[in-house]
Design a protein around this ligand. Structure first.
Ligand code: 26V
Length: 836
């Protein structure tokens, strides 16, 4: 009798069906017929989590007792996106699940739409952490991602009359079926108070910290499954609770409010994510958050280390800790404090262990984003840590004085304490000195770090520095986000690319196959049609799937220059108004992204985009050839709809400002062609795809240095370019804003007088390159070829490659050979040859 081979441990449709019904009854307490969508979603999520738990326990057992090093990834932010479909995919259970639900007249996609995504991050840095977690699990590397369980994540964005309005994110409102609180692994974290010395039994003088108050951290664990390898890591997020739920003496004395005040204050620590992605210096709560989650995480690692019966002196052999930016860099003095004050080691030994444990990743060159804490604030909250930092600093600066005698300026710049104006603690300096490895996130960024921001440190400690170009997971950004394209690729070249993205280069065999080119085009058009439908349903704007979908999604920031994009659209609009019958490749411009609530200029950029949209979408002269859409509340889920539908990827930051960018990679994988500056990872994308398959424009970092030295005068560019004058004057005279001459005044003043991000200098280059984009698109065959080549040459940008590099160069952890992707990470000869 013919029988379908059932894989060992395969998750069957019957299994899911009975698990789902059982959870509806026993966990939710509702019969199927009276259950709501949310309840069904919860029942299904519990069913899937059950499967993960079994694998989780197996995975923990498999490495607990072995001598493997574990990665501790410390990040204040994670943006994992919805779990359900991702975890089903990892378990290879999507089809059985669909089948099981169909038999109950329930639709899987309906349930998946009920999942609120955990918005526990601002942007690229948080999403990178989530891609890394996916790759670590898929490569079978034991790792724990540590962070904060914010009760309120990044705000929901609404647009009212073209302005951003923030609404509270309540992702935990209906409970979170993916997490498991682990009550017996909680820790206390101290704040404030004072330090004192005492003499220990052997007559040595020692320090101890007597905190003024304590807060309890409770871990909530979310399983992170590897892709079809039976391996599961965990994301461990700390939630703050009061050490005692209320103070009994206050309570007995009748002070009910006083009794709960402490509880409320403690819980504040993990209440809300700071929605700004540059510096929030002076925010005491932010420092408290950083110390809280870092201390809990270190205590947890020390506990796990000791559970294995290992001496604390071997801590660095068991753990490799990566600092995702400086946010957790307080971990350096915290580990020192644990080793000195609690484990009673001597300074030298403690310092050796600490330095051998940490690696530090820098994610920004913007000076305003480098963390500095006011010294009095720091001293009040973390007095013992400040003492330790002073000692680290003194010893380090002594070494530097020997290395660079007489160079007082250099010593001042390298100090962990800033003395100009208000005294500050400089976290980047601490992170560099306390780590064995320091890295940037793209080649250009790492070079600029060495030449500018961290130059003194590079000169003193050159071996510490390296580059680790970012990557993104193809499992979420292609397979989950773009099933039609993924199927087409599977059919053409098989499925090895799921765990080895270099395999996509096999697509190059098809670039001259007109039948394949046509299928590629039709697939993309169908995906664009789906986004069109979403846009019409949510925004009431009609868009043409045959027009160029030209997309810019990312946080709104002046350096990312969404307003340069908007100025170009206005210029196209003027062109159409001037000659309504001009030949013109129709375009749909799509934007998405949040502005920090306090960032006035970023909010004005959103207003500009929406104003341009109102203008062009409804003008009969435009004849529908130009559409502008601002999609509100850009997040991971929306990104999954957007990236697959792009023809053109806008990566137009001022050269030298974007550390890497990762959206660029998501677009490229899905076959979009980039228009971009030589900034961040664009440089490497262009190297991979070749200059013919990338639209380059704008000033380079060197050009900008030169212009700056000579003195940049944006007015000159305005005077020289008639196109630029047309849009600037139009804005200034209110011609694009129903006569309102004031609304964009602050932006125009800034552009004409200062223009710190060189929009006016880059405008002509940008518009003429955009004209080339239009012409290229008009030649469908040429465009499809470019699109395929972009996807085919995106192998380098898998986070699997990035994680392999961290494992071998920084963490020194082996990647199990049984894991999906091959060991070899060198680029293929073909793409090498094409490199410029
Ligand atoms: C800083 C702060 C300061 C205090 C308030 C909250 C907060 C949140 C985030 C940050 C750091 C922002 C740095 C960042 O996100 N950098 C981005 O990192 C991406 C991943 O490496 C990279 O692709 C982007 O180019 C880079 O801007």
């Amino acid at each position: 009798m013919a029988q379908r081979a059932v894989k060992k441990n395969a998750i069957t449709s019957d299994g899911i069906r009975s698990g789902f019904l059982s959870h509806l009854t026993h966990t939710i307490g509702r019969p199927l017929e009276f259950s709501s969508m949310v309840e069904r979603y919860h029942a299904l999520s519990h069913t899937v989590r059950d499967q993960l738990m079994e694998q989780w326990i197996q995975a923990v057992e498999s490495y607990k007792n072995k001598n493997v090093r574990v990665v501790g990834y410390l990040s204040a932010e994670y943006l994992p996106g919805p779990h359900l479909m991702n975890d089903l995919q990892a378990l290879d259970a999507t089809e059985s699940c669909r089948e099981a639900l169909v038999s109950l007249q329930v639709d899987l996609d309906d349930l998946a739409r009920e999942e609120p995504e955990p918005g526990l991050g601002n942007g690229g840095l948080g999403r990178l952490a989530a891609c890394f977690m996916d790759s670590l699990a898929t490569l079978g590397v034991p790792a724990i991602g540590y962070g904060l369980r914010y009760e309120f994540g990044i705000f929901r964005q609404e647009i009212r009359d073209g302005w951003q309005v923030e609404r509270t994110d309540k992702w935990l409102q209906f409970g979170n079926p993916w997490e498991l609180p682990i009550m017996d692994a909680s820790f206390e974290v101290g704040f404030g108070g004072r330090t004192e010395t005492y003499t220990d039994d052997s007559g040595l003088v020692r320090w101890r910290w007597i905190p003024g108050r304590k807060v309890r951290g409770v871990p909530h664990d979310t399983p992170v499954p590897g892709y079809r390898n039976g391996f599961v890591n965990r994301l461990r997020l700390w939630s703050a609770e009061a050490v005692d739920s209320f103070d009994l003496s206050d309570f007995n004395a009748g002070d009910y409010m006083g009794a709960v005040r402490q509880k409320v204050e403690s819980e504040t620590i993990s209440k809300i994510l700071y929605p700004s992605d540059d510096n929030d210096a002076g925010k005491r709560l932010r420092l408290a958050q950083q110390y809280f989650f870092t201390s809990c995480s270190l205590q947890d690692m020390v506990r796990l280390h000791k559970l294995q019966g290992k001496p604390i002196t071997e801590f660095h052999q068991k753990w490799s800790i990566q600092l995702n930016d400086t946010h957790p860099s307080i971990g350096i003095p915290e580990l020192m404090r644990i080793l000195l004050d609690e484990e009673l080691l001597g300074w030298e030994e403690a310092w050796e262990i600490t330095q051998a444990t940490f690696g530090y990743t820098n994610h920004t060159l913007l000076p305003e984003a480098l963390e500095r804490w006011s010294l009095p604030l720091f001293a009040a909250l973390l007095p013992r840590h400040l003492e330790i930092i002073y000692e680290i600093n003194e010893r380090f600066l002594d070494r530097m004085r020997n290395r660079f005698p007489g160079d007082a300026d250099r010593i001042r710049r390298m100090s962990m304490i800033g003395e100009e104006g208000e005294r500050t603690v400089r976290m980047a300096n601490l992170a560099v000195v306390g780590s064995k490895a320091v890295n940037g996130v793209a080649e250009l960024h790492s070079d600029l770090l060495k030449q500018s921001t961290l130059r003194d440190f590079y000169e003193a400690l050159p071996d510490r520095f390296s580059n680790k170009t970012n990557g993104v997971t193809q499992r979420r950004w292609m397979m989950l986000a773009n099933p039609p394209l993924s199927s087409l690729i599977n059919e053409a070249i098989g499925t090895k690319w799921h765990t080895d993205l270099w395999e996509l280069r096999e697509l190059e065999r098809f670039v001259s196959d007109s039948a394949f080119l046509e299928r590629w085009r039709r697939t993309q058009e169908a995906t664009k049609a789906k986004l069109s439908q979403y846009i019409e349903e949510t925004q009431g704007i009609k868009t043409d799937p045959q027009s160029i979908f030209d997309i810019q999604v990312k946080r709104i920031h002046e350096y990312k220059r969404q307003h340069l994009n908007a100025l170009h659209i206005l210029s196209l609009y003027c062109q159409l108004k001037g000659n309504p019958n001009v030949t013109f490749t129709p375009r749909t411009f799509i934007f998405g992204g949040k502005a920090a609530p306090s960032y006035v200029m970023a909010k004005l950029i959103i207003k500009l985009i929406c104003t341009v949209g109102d203008l062009v979408n409804n003008d009969p002269d435009v004849k529908g050839r130009l559409k502008v859409v601002f999609l509100p509340d850009y997040n991971v889920s929306l990104g999954q709809r957007i990236y697959p539908a792009a023809d053109v990827s806008e990566q137009i930051s001022t050269a030298g400002k974007e550390a890497s960018g990762t959206g660029c990679m998501k677009f490229q994988m899905n076959g979009a062609v980039t228009i971009g500056t030589l900034d961040g990872a664009n440089v490497e994308i262009r190297k991979e795809v070749g200059q013919d398959n990338f639209f380059l424009f704008g000033l380079t970092t060197q050009d900008i240095d030169q212009i700056t030295q000579k003195g940049y005068r944006p007015q000159e560019f305005y005077e020289r370019s008639s196109k630029l004058r047309e849009v600037i004057d139009g804005l200034s005279e209110g011609r694009f804003s129903r006569g309102d001459r004031e609304v964009f005044r602050p932006m125009l003043d800034q552009l004409l007088n200062v223009d710190p991000y060189f929009l006016l200098a880059d405008f002509d280059s940008y518009t003429s390159t955009q004209a080339q984009v239009g012409a290229a698109y008009a030649d469908a065959k040429r465009w499809n070829r470019m699109s395929i080549l972009n996807s085919a040459r995106s192998g380098k940008f898998s986070s699997d490659r990035t994680i392999r590099e961290y494992c071998s160069d920084i963490w020194k952890v082996p990647v199990p050979s049984s894991s999906g992707a091959p060991k070899n990470t060198t680029p293929n000869p073909q793409t090498k040859r094409r490199s410029k």
